[in-house]
Design a binder for this molecule. Structure first.
Ligand code: FAD
Length: 291
């Protein structure tokens, strides 16, 4: 089913997973998907290795999701890829029963020596997909604290609007720990004429170094409340306390996004079903399900 159709019915709840490297077993991820299935996600998104490095694995996971009765959202990056190749990849996904694609520009992997490809930006990829695969549900990325490379918020939002005009179906957001920043962003994009549903990206706070690295690498901020947790449990022997406080913080963030009327909650699971199950339970979002 198309995610746009689910969004038209009400708030969605979903997970993101990443496929293992080509030389690693799929089993742990398949178990993760099975464990997360108890929460009846509206869809599960599957990331795409930078430059399409483990593309085959992404397709395999999408196939497994379709067979198991969960709708996948397949991430797809354009960088270094030509029109013909994109057409063939999306056809393969469509043949596997995938109806939802997240159209991304992508980033050059370190040491990349190939060409830029035929699509300089996600907007161009979106327009191509809409023209070639009319019935596809196309998600695009949004950045509540601005994309790292964008010189100004105005141009970044204008490019988001261009993705809508190119035929995007909904927006899925970069991680954002600062709900106030999200609210300001939402108001700005609405003023700029962006009408698409918006799904929040929830990055679980589980480990000190990991969350700091990931947040800063994406040019996002650490609000005072989260900084206080990271400061209070800074020693290595406090890792478990940090995780506990971080999970409670993440669950509270989900509730805050919902209170602000978000169209969907999308958890970046990091393939950690146990911690994610606890967070979902703490949030009360799927209160009837015992993890
Ligand atoms: P774009 O929308 O093209 O924007 C990139 C930059 O170019 C922005 O600064 C924008 O303002 C600017 N821009 C856009 N259009 C134009 C234009 N016409 N002219 C001039 N400037 C323009 N990466 C992966 O490799 N694999 C993944 O699976 C993956 N999943 C992701 C999931 C989510 C939810 C998000 C938010 C990101 C994900 N990424 C992934 C990372 C993504 O590839 C990078 O953030 C990338 O730098 C930008 O991709 P984009 O689609 O947002 O690009």
């Amino acid at each position: 089913m198309k995610i746009s159709e689910r969004l038209a019915r009400g708030m969605t709840f979903s997970f993101e997973v990443f496929p293992p490297k080509n030389d690693q077993s799929l089993e742990p991820l398949l178990e993760t998907l099975e464990r997360l299935k108890v929460f009846r996600p509206d869809f599960v998104s599957v990331t795409y290795g930078a430059g399409g490095t483990n593309r085959g694995r992404s397709l395999e996971i999408c196939r497994a999701l379709v067979l198991g009765g969960t709708d996948p959202l397949a991430h797809l990056t354009a960088i270094g890829t030509g029109r013909e190749e994109i057409r063939a990849i999306v056809k393969e996904y469509a043949d596997a029963g995938v109806e939802n694609i997240l159209a991304l520009r992508g980033d050059f992997p370190p040491g990349w020596e190939g060409t830029r490809g035929d699509f300089a930006h996600a907007g161009a990829l979106t327009a191509f997909l809409r023209a070639e695969f009319g019935g596809l549900c196309i998600a695009v990325a949004g950045y509540p604290e601005k994309h790292l490379e964008a010189p100004a918020f105005e141009s970044d939002i204008a490019h988001l609007r261009a993705k809508q005009d190119a035929g995007a179906s909904f927006i899925t957001l970069q991680l954002c720990h600062d709900v106030d920043a999200y609210v300001r962003y939402r108001d700005r994009i609405r003023r700029a004429g962006v009408r698409l549903p918006v799904i929040a990206g929830i990055m679980p706070v589980l480990a000190r170094e990991g969350i700091i690295k990931m947040t800063l690498a994406n040019g996002c901020s650490i609000p005072a409340e989260l900084a206080a947790i990271l400061g209070a449990y800074a020693r290595p022997d406090q890792a478990e306390d940090l995780k506990k406080a971080g999970m409670a913080y993440t669950a509270a963030q989900m509730r805050r996004f919902i209170a602000e009327g978000i169209d969907g909650i999308h958890i970046f699971t990091l393939n950690r079903w146990e911690a994610v199950s606890e967070i979902v339970a703490l949030s009360g979002l799927r209160a009837h399900v015992m993890p």
